[in-house]
Design a binder for this molecule. Structure first.
Ligand SMILES: NC(=O)c1ccc[n+]([C@@H]2O[C@H](COP(=O)([O-])OP(=O)(O)OC[C@H]3O[C@@H](n4cnc5c(N)ncnc54)[C@H](OP(=O)(O)O)[C@@H]3O)[C@@H](O)[C@H]2O)c1
Length: 406
């Protein structure tokens, strides 16, 4: 068992269809999951599909997949959801409690693809129901990693990493040689501003930041990729998933996004996983693991690619990676605050309320403000984690209101 990851999940096809729930079904990861289930019918029966406010789209997904229940977190979207489900016997519900209840219906596997700390309660409910969690929602581990992994352990259930870098590490890890792992390397594309001079970065626009060179993703993770905060969140995610020290988790910028992750062993071997930048590959790996399944993801043509390059990240121009590492060294309170402040900062940037470089500056100033207060305790319960998260959000909003820093 590697911190909640253990072999033995029942592969598709053995003993009839398995049951699945998709949290965040209308999002980028959710739609990739829907695409796989639609292309490969008969392997899964869909229990629940969940979104926040896109009721009409969710109703269509529920119809297409024949789900038992569809739930929107936002009660204002309930009417649209109901209308979209008219004439079917698919149940509809709304509100945060309904989201958590749907996530907690026991199934074989829950795809956790809500964005942000909003996914924490539902993802924990899935673990507590004994369902395997295919985790895309990395913020759960950044907000409450110890709690999340200990819940998986206590329930003897599994967390399978969907995030492409962590899925790569999962694929390259030899479970019989875990004590021979020296370090792992997570790759980063470097985002759209990898080669920008520092003085040009002050005026980065929303549209420029949303234009990721290699991946098509939801807006929050796209901005996180542009600041490199995404890689910082992923270092924290890897620490929790694989039980590695912060120093064992390295990051290299690899602009081609072909090699997603590398495990370096004590004999000098490095085992890497490669693939086109298409989330259906790691998703299929989780959904059918330990079997493999055919996907429509593009195939790599290495001769045509010809050159793969790697470089050390520039934490001068991209301080978010340094800030995230420092938070990991400081403890669970700090990664929680890091995540909360970052969510607020990214939303403010997308709304045009702060500049691109303010994102990392705001996060750092909120962390400094909290350090040395009584808030610096690792959250032990979900209520603790969300209370701390609320405080981080409040301080970040305060900083934005005061035109930074807090
Ligand atoms: N996209 C990728 O390629 C990728 C790769 C690796 C990891 N991830 C991670 O996967 C997660 C999802 O990313 P994404 O790009 O798929 O995001 P996205 O496209 O923005 O989708 C987010 C999904 O979560 C739903 N949602 C948001 N808040 C919710 C709430 N409070 N209750 C219920 N549902 C809620 C949204 O519903 P509405 O549509 O109704 O708003 C939507 O279905 C993130 O943690 C991200 O870091 C994504």
């Amino acid at each position: 068992v590697v911190n909640g990851i253990a072999p033995g999940i029942r592969p598709g096809g053995a003993g009839g269809p398995r049951r699945i729930t998709i949290l965040g079904a209308t999002g980028s990861i959710g739609r990739s999951t829907v695409d796989l289930l639609t292309r490969i019918p008969g392997e899964f029966e869909v229990e629940a599909v969940v979104a926040l406010s896109r009721g009409r789209e969710l109703a269509q997904i529920a119809r297409d997949l024949g789900a038992r229940i569809a739930v929107v977190g936002d009660p204002a979207a309930y009417g649209e959801l109901r209308a979209g489900l008219a004439g079917t016997d698919i149940e509809a519900a709304s509100g945060e409690d309904a989201v958590e209840a749907a996530a907690g219906r026991p199934v074989d596997i829950v795809v956790a693809a809500i964005v942000g700390a909003a996914g924490l309660r539902p993802s924990l409910a899935a673990l507590r129901a004994g369902s395997t969690v295919a985790l895309a929602n990395k913020e759960c581990l950044v907000c409450a990693g110890d709690l999340f992994i200990s819940t998986a352990r206590d329930m003897a259930t599994r967390v399978l990493p969907v995030d492409s870098e962590h899925n790569a590490i999962f694929q390259a890890l030899e479970t019989h040689n875990l004590d021979q792992v020296e370090r792992i390397i997570l790759t980063a594309s470097g985002g759209p501003f990898r080669q920008w001079p520092a003085d040009a970065m002050a005026s980065i626009s929303r549209e420029q930041a949303l234009n990721h060179p290699n991946w098509r993703m939801g807006p929050k993770v796209t901005i996180d990729s542009a600041t490199l905060m995404n890689k910082g969140l992923e270092v924290i995610e890897a620490h929790h998933l694989f039980g590695l020290t912060p120093a064992q988790v390295e990051v290299l910028v690899h602009p081609q996004s072909v090699v997603h992750g590398i495990v370096a062993y004590s004999d000098g071997s490095m085992i890497a996983q490669m693939g086109a930048p298409d989330m259906r590959t790691p998703l299929a790996h989780c959904l059918w693991w330990p079997a493999r399944q055919t996907t429509p993801s593009p195939r790599l043509d290495l001769a045509r690619l010809a050159t793969l390059t790697f470089e050390t990240p520039d934490t001068g121009r991209f301080p978010a990676l340094r800030i995230a590492r420092e938070a990991l060294e400081s403890g669970g309170w700090a990664t929680n605050i890091l995540n909360a402040a970052n969510e607020v900062a990214v939303a403010a940037f997308l709304e045009g309320r702060i500049a691109f470089l303010d994102i990392a500056a705001l996060v750092e100033s909120v962390l400094e403000r909290v350090a040395g207060t009584a808030l610096t305790q690792t959250p032990r319960t979900v209520d603790d984690a969300l209370a701390l998260d609320g405080e981080g959000r409040r301080l970040a909003q305060e900083g934005i209101g005061r035109r930074l820093p807090v």
